[in-house]
Design a protein around this ligand. Sequence first.
Ligand SMILES: CC(C)(COP(=O)(O)OP(=O)(O)OC[C@H]1O[C@@H](n2cnc3c(N)ncnc32)[C@H](O)[C@@H]1OP(=O)(O)O)[C@@H](O)C(=O)NCCC(=O)NCCS
Length: 155
Amino acid sequence: MSALLNDPLLRLRPMREEDLPQVIAIEEAAYAFPWTLGIFQDCLRVGYCCWVISLGERVVGYGVLSVVLDESHILNLCIQPEWQRRGLGARLIQRLLSVAREHGAETAFLEVRVSNDAAFKLYEGLGFEEIGRRREYYPASQGKREDALVMSLEL
Ligand SMILES: CC(C)(COP(=O)(O)OP(=O)(O)OC[C@H]1O[C@@H](n2cnc3c(N)ncnc32)[C@H](O)[C@@H]1OP(=O)(O)O)[C@@H](O)C(=O)NCCC(=O)NCCS
């Protein structure tokens, strides 16, 4: 296990409006097609489960989950590039899945770019299974589109 996971400064907590500058900086560093500030503000406003993972006051990752009846959907999961591959993404998604269960969800769904090996391996390692493909779901470079794999996990 990565030593970082035992760091006493490591915290998981609900996202707050004042985290958004740090969240957006990570989003823009980690994704070629980042969400906007307005999308995160909407996620907080409509009551999605938005969580951050932090080292003290420093946000190093975040995730966004929606739960409707017995279905949950992981809408975003992101770790700051410098802090990737130390177990934080796995720790964060496990918390999101616990939150989904606490809200009564029985299944978790997510989409992932076909090219995103890191995320696919993370999800597969947690037991998510590929259940479908959405054609040309994501924007890609040079005006092209990229397919999404749809994955699900029974909670
Ligand atoms: C996907 C992401 C959240 C993973 O977070 P992370 O903190 O780096 O992942 P972890 O260190 O917890 O890794 C857990 C497991 O995921 C897999 N994994 C993570 N990154 C990987 C990589 N670059 N290559 C291969 N496998 C990888 C491994 O199975 C790993 O277990 P291991 O370290 O024991 O081999 C992170 O890469 C990220 O933020 N990427 C940019 C945003 C993104 O693509 N989000 C997903 C959108 S669907």
